[in-house]
Design a protein around this ligand. Sequence first.
Ligand SMILES: Nc1ncnc2c1ncn2[C@@H]1O[C@H](COP(=O)(O)OP(=O)(O)O)[C@@H](O)[C@H]1O
Ligand SMILES: [Mg+2]
Length: 291
Amino acid sequence: MTPDLMEEGAQRVAKLRGPDLGSTTESGGREAGYGRIGTPGEVDVTHGRILYLEDVSVSFDGFKAINKLSLDIAPGELRCIIGPNGAGKTTMMDIITGKTRPDSGTVFFGSTIDLLRHKEVDIAQMGIGRKFQKPTVFEQLTVFENLELALKTDKGVKRSMFFKLDSAQGDRLAEILETIQLSGSVLRMAGNLSHGQKQWLEIGMLLMQDPKLLLLDEPVAGMTDEETARTAELFLTLKGKHSLMVVEHDMSFIRTISEIVTVLCDGSVLAQGTLDEVQADERVIEVYLGR
Ligand SMILES: Nc1ncnc2c1ncn2[C@@H]1O[C@H](COP(=O)(O)OP(=O)(O)O)[C@@H](O)[C@H]1O
Ligand SMILES: [Mg+2]
């Protein structure tokens, strides 16, 4: 790596850490972790939260899509989010990822990164990966090429063309292929995969960037029962290594993977607890589960 690239990287990390995360100790010396400046993936979770939302609101033409929403997620947690259509689930993800700016409220990644001060691309680079509902893989490329491409998104077309995986990246790619159960399909065109396989491939592409937090919007919609079961297994293996926020309507899928379930309604949290607890909640039955 050239000195100016290193400088650029150091500046990016400094910017990423923000002005309120001082790099000096109480006595004025450099903190011990300073030498790890080359790993921009570090997020301060000493307060036990990877994601923290407080009193977040956003209106679209006077309609409050998100209304004083507060919610937090622990590192390594797999949080399920359920709720009726229009509850604000996707809008919440838009806010976390910087796609939509809230009118008010607080959104933090770890305890030091104020997400409302960062742009969508920066937020993705800081370690928040997002899976939209529709699979968005490159259909004309192979499974391998799709995964390889996921490492180069920030490099621009010209440099991407000459980009080669180093051996650690190669190992990582192989490991992810195993995880998403596509090792046997490395050279297949992504366009020829089943719907479920495309969804896994896209998750694999997100994993290539080793995200701290993964936001998954209705990941099993349109999958066969078998694909859904495999996706549940996949998420259970990801839990702990990554934090996950999963929006789904499929209750048997939620039952397989869930710890804490948050019920969103009218842009705020209606109920939260185990699936049994929220399913027994009268208000949840009223607005979402039906009688
Ligand atoms: N960009 C937007 N402009 C106007 N209204 C929007 C926009 N995004 C979402 N909404 C509205 O906000 C509400 C919440 O939508 P959404 O977050 O998509 O709900 P969910 O994902 O829970 O089904 C809906 O009433 C939707 O029509
Ligand atoms: Mg939605």
